[in-house]
Design a protein around this ligand. Structure first.
Ligand code: SF4
Length: 366
């Protein structure tokens, strides 16, 4: 029988107090209410660590780059204490070990370990896929361990307890699938139409959303998903719904050019192409790098990277059409013209106060 999370923590000399703090933190990370902390503690005390087999197809490794920068729990903690990362062809030290034998290239180490892990944990492991699956030219555009990646996906999926696709390439096909899709790339859910695939989209996804999803699966099993297969606790709101610039949108105060005065004042980026009103993700509340910032906070309009085919939709930085303004029967242009002079002062004060509160809070946390 494998070790429980608590047993592993004890072995590593982690105190009960630290363990309880950790349980409390990951409860929030999984998008659960504070009242769930006792259940999380109980799960950590009684459940065996779940093995994770993480494979990579056609991609830029952005999700892994994001994951290893996960602020808390740090990726190293997560890998070594919380999940049992049996295979990850990018992070594991043994990847790429091979030698030539009788004129053939024979892969050793990685594939042997993978075979052992697939057999040992059959029906128990979480399969994580990063990258799209090229089907063109019989899959030869992405070769892993000497075989087309599509074969690797089929092999690992067969014995998986759950399948998670991370990043735009694994979820929707990503940039490799961009028109005209010369490699005929597809995402995991299109490749495995008869399996339930949990989609953690984003280019790359928010690191804490990746860890929160894997943790939830490991401790409590599947979570409610939206119609696109994304965990609702992370993809239940539009970025527009949690955006701190939303009061400016409501008041019709818009940036017209990336470097105008309105941009310097931090007004809404809708008119320079922000796709926050049509993009579902947690950027507005979780933010990136431990809550430091996200694209909109840095002055760049959202490009909708968590949505399917965002790369092939309307050109970036062009205003979305037909986005209604709340409780206002007019267009963004008219509201902007009327409201700009009237409400600028009040909202600027509000925004500054909110900003100070936010940064003070960050300072306190720091
Ligand atoms: S349009 Fe973009 S910048 Fe404006 S409130 Fe919505 S998400 Fe924020």
């Amino acid at each position: 029988m494998g070790k429980t999370y608590w047993e592993v923590f004890k072995e590593k000399g982690i105190s009960r107090r630290e363990f309880l703090k950790f349980a409390s933190y990951i409860t929030g990370l999984m998008g659960l209410a504070p009242s769930m902390v006792p259940k999380v503690v109980h799960a950590l005390e009684t459940k065996e660590r779940v093995p994770v087999i993480w494979i990579h197809g056609l991609e830029c490794s952005g999700p892994s780059e994001a994951f290893i920068r996960s602020a808390a729990p740090y990726a190293s903690d997560l890998l070594l204490n919380v999940i049992s990362a049996e295979i990850d062809d990018i992070l594991q030290a043994s990847a790429g070990v091979y030698y030539e034998e009788n004129g053939k290239i024979v892969y050793k180490g990685y594939l042997k370990h993978e075979e052992d892990a697939l057999n040992k944990y059959r029906g128990k492991y979480i399969m994580v896929v990063e990258g799209s699956i090229p089907l063109g030219n019989d899959g030869k555009y992405c070769i892993v361990g000497g075989k087309p990646f599509k074969e690797e996906v089929l092999k690992v999926a067969e014995g998986a307890a759950a399948i998670v696709a991370v990043g735009s390439c694994a979820t929707w096909g990503g940039i490799p699938k961009a028109r005209p899709n010369p490699t005929q790339s597809v995402g995991v859910m299109d490749f495995l139409p008869n399996k339930v695939v949990i989609n953690v989209s984003g280019c790359p996804p928010i690191p804490e959303v990746i860890t929160g999803t894997i943790l939830h699966l490991a401790l409590f099993g599947p979570m409610p998903l939206d119609e696109m297969g994304r965990p609702k606790q992370f993809f239940g709101n539009r970025i527009h719904d949690t955006c701190y610039r939303r009061p400016f949108f409501n008041a019709g105060q818009f940036v017209e050019k990336p470097d105008d005065d309105a941009a310097k004042k931090g007004w809404c980026l809708y008119k320079i192409g922000c796709r926050g009103p049509t993009t579902y993700n947690s950027c507005g509340n979780m933010r990136w790098f431990g809550g430091i910032s996200y694209p909109i906070q840095s002055g760049a309009p959202c490009i909708g990277c968590a949505e399917p085919d965002f790369w092939d939709k309307d050109p970036f930085f062009q205003r979305l059409q037909n986005i209604p303004l709340p409780n206002v029967e007019t267009t963004a242009d008219k509201v902007g013209a009327i409201a700009a002079g009237v409400t600028a002062g009040a909202l600027a004060v509000h925004a500054v106060a909110a900003g100070i509160r936010h940064f003070n809070k960050k300072d306190d946390e720091h």
